[in-house]
Ligand binder design. Sequence first.
Ligand code: 5GP
Ligand code: ZN
Length: 136
Amino acid sequence: MKDDNCIFCKIANGEIPSKTIFEDEKFRVILDLGPATKGHALILPKDHYANIYELPEKTAADVFVLAKRMAADMTDKLGCDGFNVVQNNGEAAGQTVFHFHMHLIPRYDNDGQKIGWKPSEPSQEELEEIRAQIAD
Ligand code: 5GP
Ligand code: ZN
């Protein structure tokens, strides 16, 4: 399943060239054009799924196994000091390309990047309300 208007479909399937660091039947892993750090890469499924909600469970499982393998290999080869795996869904969450992708971001001591959030301070009551909304 490809989407003719999707740039990541074209990259994943080799119609648009990319700096590919791994490829198999189901995935292509490419260097990000606007890297947060040296080696920042993206795992792209070759089939089109807009986001995590559309992703089949089997593909979700495979993508995380690949992320784990890439993290080990990239850490070995780049000598990075840490590693972020990041995945955005929806504009509100910072997604800008609407073909599922997983960011692989090697981290280096003092690399000057900040991937995170500002912690809030909910009360126990607020946490309980949220817990019940999700779990019950
Ligand atoms: P998102 O914000 O959707 O999670 O991430 C999209 C990522 O794709 C960004 O990090 C951006 O730099 C990268 N990107 C956007 N267009 C291209 C492209 O044409 N080629 C490559 N290699 N990366 C791209
Ligand atoms: Zn696509």
